[in-house]
Design a protein around this ligand. Structure first.
Ligand code: ADP
Ligand code: MG
Length: 380
């Protein structure tokens, strides 16, 4: 099991940024740096004069590091301190962390618990985040499920207090934290006057402005069953695009795939879908919804995205069938030029336009692929 896992984490990523000479201008004024943060490689690209762009890249990493220290499982993180106080009444946390926990609870309400930020004990059992997953016993899963309960968590964002009423409860913000870090990064970039930038946090991508005037950023969506293949390309400006997939962190045991997005009802990995791509105006929503829709499955997931204003989705189910929400065809095109299967919610808007580059040309223009490594540190 371990060996399969290790070989898996070396493959390239959930989403890929395409720098096509035909769609971008000269890229000499793009300043780019990669660092390991929040359990993944984060690549920050800023367009502008060298000095200013370099400064902006540094400021973005500083901010994302700060978010990591608030939300990760590091012993010293704000979140770890809150988790350590479970069952001991209300605890004073950083108001920023309390606000994010409050938002994660809103997504739990909005999705009827498909997004559940109280899966800490269960996630720790499966141990995907630490990079050494294992198949737990049914009894262990049952015990971990007894410790969840987003309905019982209370938050006062203004004072920054959080209450985890039961002992051994623990919050896991892994389904939302990267999206939040992108929102914070965007604020930094706006403050510095950056008009064109792209941040890829292991497949959660923020596109600021356009790559060059009139040429939006182009993001390739990975084929869930072929690490070297793309199934679609999104064309974006000022949007966040996030993919949650069963191919990012997984192992295979006796022919069955086990991955890191968990069904809070059963305690086992959510079935039915291979990948969910969400495009939204902000990172928190895109990240939380991608995780939630994965858990909800194709039908309920598409309904949920359809009814959420200004959000679009692109889903691939367990048979490889693709589903778009009604506005997604304007933003994403499949690479084979075939219109995706009619979505069960709305069949009206399929562009069916062929993707303008054939497969090999697409790969020839591939400049960057960010691996999704999974070495989020976990406290004891
Ligand atoms: P990634 O962080 O790999 O891009 P996701 O955003 O989908 O993927 O988040 C998956 C992470 O969220 C898991 O590693 C775990 O920490 C947490 N998680 C797993 N299942 C759920 C769930 N049903 N609701 C909320 N968070 C979850
Ligand atoms: Mg997510």
């Amino acid at each position: 099991m371990r060996r399969q896992w290790l070989s898996r984490i070396a493959v390239p990523a959930c989403m890929t940024v395409l720098f096509c000479s035909c769609t971008g201008g000269p890229s000499g004024d793009l300043h780019k740096e990669t660092r390991f943060l929040m359990g993944t490689f984060v690549e920050v690209t800023v367009k502008g004069p060298a000095q200013e762009a370099k400064r902006a890249v540094g400021a973005v990493f500083d901010e994302m590091k700060r978010v990591e220290e608030l939300t990760s499982f590091h012993t010293s993180s704000g979140l770890t301190q809150v988790n350590a106080s479970a069952g001991q009444g209300s605890v004073q946390a950083d108001p920023e962390l309390a606000t994010l926990v409050g938002e994660s609870l809103s997504f739990a309400r909005e999705t009827d618990g498909a997004f559940d930020p109280t899966l800490g004990p269960l996630a720790k059992l499966w141990n995907f985040s630490a990079g050494e997953p294992r198949l737990p016993e049914d009894s262990e899963i049952k015990a971990a499920l007894d410790k969840r309960g987003w309905q019982h968590v209370t938050v006062d964002a203004s004072s920054g207090t959080i209450t985890l009423p039961r002992e051994q409860m623990s919050l896991d913000l892994g389904g939302i934290a990267k999206g939040y870090s992108l929102d914070r990064a965007r604020l930094v970039l706006v403050k510095l006057g950056v008009q064109s930038a792209l941040i890829n946090a292991g497949g959660d991508i923020l596109a600021v402005g356009e790559k060059s005037p009139g040429h939006p950023w182009r993001i390739g969506v990975q084929d869930p069953r072929n690490p070297n293949g793309l199934v679609a390309v999104a064309t974006l400006r000022d949007r966040v695009i996030v993919t949650s997939g069963d191919y990012e962190r997984f192992f295979v045991h006796e022919g069955k795939r086990y991955h890191h997005i968990l069904n809070p009802e059963t305690g086992y990995p959510a079935g039915g879908l291979r990948s969910v791509t969400i495009i939204a105006a902000d990172g928190v929503r895109a990240d939380a919804m991608a995780t939630a829709v994965f858990g909800l499955g194709a039908k309920r997931g598409l309904e949920y995205v359809e009814k959420t204003p200004d959000v679009e989705g692109f889903l691939i189910d367990a048979n490889g069938e693709m589903f778009f929400t009604s506005g997604a065809a304007d933003l994403i095109q499949t690479t084979d030029g075939q219109p995706p299967k009619p979505n069960r919610v709305n069949t009206s808007s399929r562009s069916g336009q062929p993707f303008p580059f054939a497969g090999t040309e697409l790969i020839d223009h591939l400049l960057v692929a960010i691996p999704c490594l999974n070495q989020r540190k976990q406290s004891g």
